[in-house]
Ligand binder design. Structure first.
Ligand code: FE2
Length: 437
C-alpha cells in the first residue's frame, strides 16, 4: 500500500480509497494509467490512442459507454475522437458549443455528473448530431485552463450514479488524457498549417511561373521568327537541369531564368531582328547589349532565384572566353548560366532565322557537340543528349522537344554523338555513358 502511495497517485485519492476500501478501483486506476503510457508518449496513432484512453477511463470508473471529444475553438465544437459502447452514434459525433458552455466546461471544478433530468444544458447544446442526454458524467479536458476536449461518459455500470471516488479517478485520468489530446491538437494544427502554406506556396509558384511565361512571350513578340524562343529556352534549360539531377527548386529556377534570359531585348530595335544580312558592328553591339540591359532590369528585382541576374548577363558567355559581355571562361560561370547557354543555342539552331533556315535536330546536335568543349559546358551538353535520347525512345512520355521539332535521329544516333562528345572532351582517355535513363 505504501508503494501505491508513493507511486504518483495523489495522497487524497489514496486516502479516499483506503477510507472506502475501494482498493479495486484504485488498482484499476493504476492499470488505466499504465495503459495510457503508450498513448501519452505518442507511440501509436491518435485514433488508436483516443480509443485506448477512453476504454481505460470507462474501465477505471465503471461506466458502460462513453465518448472522447476533442474541442476546437473556431467554431466552438466538440468532435468525437473515440466512441465506446454507443454503436448508433454518428461518426464523427459533433456538439456545437455556445460561449456559456465553453465557459462552464473551462471553469468546472472537475469531473461532474449530469443527471438526465437536467444539468447537461449548462455544458452541452442540443444543436449537434448527438443527444447530450446520453451523457451522465462529464470530465472537461483542460491544459493550463484551456479546454481541449471532454470525456463524456454514459450510464454507470454498477449503480445509477457515479460515486465521488469514480469522479476522483476520472479527474486524475482526465489530467493525463488532456495532455495527450493537447499534444495531438498542436501537432494536427501544425501539420494543417504547414500543408496550407505549402499549398499556398505551390499556387504562388504556379502563378509566378505562368506570369513569367507570359512575360517570356512578350519578350519575343518583336519578330515572328523568335516567337516562343524564351519559353522554349526555359523548357529546355529545365530539362537539362533535370537530367543533371538538380533539385526541383533549382529546375524551377532554371525554367524562370530561361524565360527571362533575353529580357534585355525589349530595348533592342526590332528592325535588327528581321535583318537578313549580317549585323554591322554598331548593330551587333546594340544586340549584344541586351545582356547588360537585361541585367540592369532584373538586378533591381528581388527574385527568389539569386542566379537569375547572372544568367541574364552571362548566357552569351562561352567556355573559352570568347563570349560577351564580360568574356568569362567556363570556370567563372555559374552552372545556371552554362545550362541556359546550351538551351539558348540549341533552340536558336533548330529555329529559322532571317539570315538562315533552321538546322534539323541531328545537324544542330552535331554542331553543338563539335564545338562543345571550347564553347559550352560539356556536362550540360551531355544532359541535353540524355533528354533528346529519352525523347527519341518515347516521344509521348518524354515531351522534351517542342512539337514543331521533327526528331530525325534515333537513340543509337544520340549514343554516337555522346561518344563523339566524350572523345572530344577526353581525347579518347575515358568513356561517358549518356544512355543511362
Ligand atoms: Fe540572348
Amino acid at each position: 500500500m505504501l508503494g501505491l502511495a508513493c507511486s504518483g497517485v495523489s495522497p487524497r485519492l489514496f486516502l479516499l480509497a483506503l477510507a472506502t476500501h475501494n482498493l479495486r478501483r484504485l488498482l484499476q486506476t493504476f492499470e488505466a494509467l499504465a495503459d495510457l503510457g503508450p498513448a501519452l508518449t505518442g507511440e501509436t496513432d491518435f485514433q488508436a490512442n483516443a480509443l485506448a484512453m477512453l476504454r481505460a477511463s470507462i474501465d477505471a470508473v465503471g461506466a458502460r459507454e462513453g465518448v472522447l471529444f476533442t474541442f476546437s475553438e473556431k467554431p466552438a465544437l466538440l468532435r468525437s475522437a473515440a466512441v465506446h459502447g454507443l454503436a448508433v452514434l454518428p461518426d464523427p459525433a459533433l456538439i456545437p458549443l455556445l460561449p456559456k458552455h465553453v465557459y462552464a466546461l473551462s471553469h468546472a471544478p472537475g469531473a461532474t455528473t449530469v443527471p438526465p433530468e437536467g444539468g447537461w444544458q449548462n455544458f452541452l447544446s442540443t444543436n449537434g448530431n448527438v443527444a447530450p442526454q446520453l451523457f451522465h458524467c462529464l470530465a472537461p479536458l483542460r491544459v493550463r485552463n484551456r479546454l481541449v476536449g471532454v470525456l463524456a461518459l454514459g450510464r454507470a455500470a454498477e449503480s445509477v450514479h457515479y460515486t465521488p471516488e469514480a469522479l476522483e479517478v476520472l479527474e486524475l485520468l482526465a489530467h493525463y488524457i488532456a495532455l495527450a489530446v493537447h499534444n495531438w491538437l498542436l501537432t494536427h494544427s501544425l501539420e494543417r498549417r504547414v500543408s496550407e502554406n505549402l499549398r499556398l506556396l505551390a499556387s504562388l509558384n504556379t502563378f509566378c511561373d505562368r506570369a513569367l511565361e507570359a512575360f517570356a512571350v512578350a519578350i519575343d513578340v518583336k519578330h515572328v521568327q523568335i516567337h516562343g524562343h524564351s519559353v522554349r529556352v526555359g523548357h529546355y534549360a529545365a530539362g537539362i537541369g533535370e537530367a543533371l539531377g538538380l533539385e526541383a527548386s533549382e529546375v524551377a529556377a532554371l525554367r524562370s531564368a530561361g524565360y527571362l534570359h533575353d529580357i534585355g531585348k525589349v530595348a533592342v530595335d526590332k528592325r535588327l531582328f528581321a535583318k537578313p544580312e549580317r549585323l554591322d558592328d554598331d548593330e551587333f553591339r546594340e544586340m549584344a547589349d541586351h545582356t547588360l540591359v537585361g541585367h540592369r532590369i532584373v538586378a533591381g528585382i528581388d527574385f527568389p532565384w539569386p542566379q537569375l541576374p547572372e544568367v541574364v548577363r552571362w548566357h552569351h558567355e562561352r567556355a573559352d572566353g570568347s563570349g560577351y559581355p564580360d568574356q568569362l571562361r567556363l570556370d567563372e560561370l555559374p552552372v545556371q548560366s552554362r545550362i541556359v547557354a546550351v538551351a539558348d543555342t540549341f533552340d536558336a539552331m533548330i529555329s529559322d532565322r532571317p539570315w538562315r533556315p533552321a538546322l534539323d535536330l541531328g545537324q544542330a546536335l552535331s554542331e553543338i557537340v563539335k564545338i562543345a568543349p571550347q564553347k559550352y559546358d560539356v556536362a550540360a551538353v551531355q544532359a541535353l543528349l540524355i533528354q533528346v535520347r529519352r525523347h527519341a525512345v518515347d516521344p509521348n512520355r518524354s515531351r522534351f522537344l517542342d512539337e514543331r521539332v521533327f526528331c530525325n535521329i534515333g537513340p543509337s544516333d544520340v549514343d554516337n554523338l555522346a561518344s563523339e562528345l566524350n572523345y572530344r572532351l577526353t581525347q579518347g582517355r575515358t568513356q561517358v555513358d549518356v544512355t543511362t535513363p
